[in-house]
Write a protein that binds this ligand. Structure first.
Ligand SMILES: Nc1ncnc2c1ncn2[C@@H]1O[C@H](COP(=O)(O)OP(=O)(O)OP(=O)(O)O)[C@@H](O)[C@H]1O
Length: 467
């Protein structure tokens, strides 16, 4: 009888994955015994009736269809087969001779093709469900579900991950977006893969345990920092691209989590601004922090490599936009403390300040974590935090000095010291007023540096586009 149940479950699975409405399987009812074990009753009398798509979705969402913790490794789990069609058999001892339900860990080599693996074991492998059917190759599955990094190691979590992989909803095309052919292509491709009405599937209530997988389709990794990976994703329900920043490591300790959500809290605290990367939402999942943000094209780090020397006017235009961002966040009583080319992004020609991981409050009520030392003024390195907003101004000057110079700043040595003593090498091809502006931004005495609000009225910016 065990093979009968295996066959039934297998058929249900085929129906979902391959969307074949004609094949069918008998429905199983499950009951829970006093000891907490789950028994499945199969009634041959149910016959091979077709299961509707909604039923299948419900079934896939239910604990009973997949391997639940108590279904996987029960101490004395038995299958109860009810030939009478009764569904209340939970307290009945299993008939003698029936094999206990096995733990559904895959055996070594079970997917080798030569191995006659059982259908039940299919559900509990580390691979997506589709991998087990001939119409889906392993590489196709990898394309669909390539987030193995977040796949947890414990059995229960692996099973949860398996369940969520089974029903990632499709992406809805946003009809309000007229001119982004890439979005159109992505949503159409996904729709073809799922072969179901995307609106219906979205509304099916999948109970997926991965919010990331349920709400987003991952396109590609677009950035790697010291603490995070950043992915370009397509949000399934609105059909728009976003950037999702995921912590590099699992954050299991309170302190780690507190530090990680610093960025989220800072971004959420400031009103949206054209020159600040827009924050949408954040959540923890499997101990990783996910932050959904506006997707930008690239950072100034890559821009610098592409075109040297940049025209002074472009640098001034970019600087002005970041000054506007700084004036905005400083007016909210926040400081960024990690301004550098890597953290200035460009989207459709608009410069945006991002990575608020080290943001803190101007009043010093939140502890200070210094940013990249190459862009930090001496007073911060000496732990004098009395003029934090001027640290941002120094970092702004150092960032644009580096961009104008075309070579990376160092974190020690004579050049590092000279810059903090106000001794700047000349920048060939750049006007004296521009070079003096940079010198003023990097003045060794913090009080002598202008504020962001002062800079907005600087004469050099009068002729910059967008001022
Ligand atoms: N919203 C975005 N749009 C496009 N690319 C982004 C976005 N956010 C981050 N990136 C890319 O991902 C990279 C890493 O992101 P980020 O600097 O925020 O990570 P981090 O781990 O906090 O970095 P750091 O090492 O500077 O602390 C960035 O340099 C940038 O190239």
């Amino acid at each position: 009888m065990e093979s009968v149940e295996r066959l039934c479950l297998s058929q249900k699975l085929r129906q979902v994955c391959l969307d074949t409405a004609t094949t069918s399987a008998s429905a199983s009812a499950s009951t829970r015994s006093a000891e907490g074990n789950v028994y499945h009753s199969i009634s041959p009398a149910d016959g091979l009736t077709a299961i509707s798509e909604n039923e299948v979705l419900d079934m896939l969402s239910s604990q009973d269809f997949f391997c639940t913790p108590d279904f996987v490794t029960p101490t004395e789990q038995q299958i109860v087969v009810d030939f009478d069609g009764n569904k209340e058999k939970g307290n009945v001892s299993p008939p003698k001779g029936l094999t206990p339900m096995r733990s559904k860990r895959p055996r070594p080599g079970w997917l080798s093709g030569n191995h006659p693996h059982s259908e039940l074991e299919i559900y509990c492998s580390d691979l997506p469900l589709e991998a087990h059917f001939s119409s889906f190759s392993a590489s196709k599955c990898e394309q669909l579900y390539d987030d193995t990094a977040s796949c947890p190691s414990s059995t229960n979590a692996r099973l949860a991950a398996l369940r969520r992989r089974a029903l990632s909803p499709p992406c809805i095309k946003n009809p309000f977006l007229y001119n982004d052919p890439e979005i159109g292509t992505s949503t159409n491709k996904l729709r073809a893969k799922f072969q179901v009405d995307p609106y219906r599937a979205l509304g099916a209530g999948t109970s997926c345990l991965s919010r990331y997988r349920e709400e987003f389709h991952e396109i590609q990794e677009i950035g790697l920092g010291n603490f995070s990976r950043v992915f370009k994703v397509l949000k399934r329900i609105d059909g728009c691209f976003y950037a999702i920043k995921r912590s590099l490591h699992q954050l299991r300790q309170d302190g780690q989590r507190r530090q990680a959500i610093n960025e989220v809290q800072a971004l959420a605290a400031i009103d949206s601004h054209e020159n600040v990367v827009r924050y949408h939402t954040a959540w923890f999942e499997n101990d990783y922090l996910y932050i959904q943000m506006e997707l930008c094209d690239n950072s100034l780090r890559s821009w610098k490599a592409e075109a040297y020397p940049p025209p002074e006017k472009s640098l001034l235009g970019g600087m002005l936009q970041i000054i506007k961002a700084l004036a905005h966040i400083h007016s909210h009583g926040l400081v960024h403390l990690d301004i550098k080319p890597d953290n200035i992004y460009v989207r459709k020609g608009i410069y945006k300040l991002g990575d608020f991981g080290r943001a803190t409050r101007l009043d010093g009520s939140i502890s200070v974590e210094e940013g990249d030392s190459r862009y930090m003024p001496l007073e911060i390195l000496n732990e004098d935090y009395s003029q934090l907003q001027k640290a941002d101004i120094f970092a702004l000057g150092a960032t644009f000095y580096e961009l104008a110079r075309g070579s990376p700043l160092t974190s020690s040595g004579t050049q590092f010291q000279a810059l903090r003593q106000g001794k700047h090498a000349l920048l060939p091809g750049f006007s004296l007023p521009f070079q003096n502006l940079l010198k003023g931004l990097m003045h060794p005495i913090s009080k002598m540096r202008p504020t962001a609000a002062d800079l907005l009225n600087h004469a050099l910016f009068n002729h910059v586009a967008g001022f």
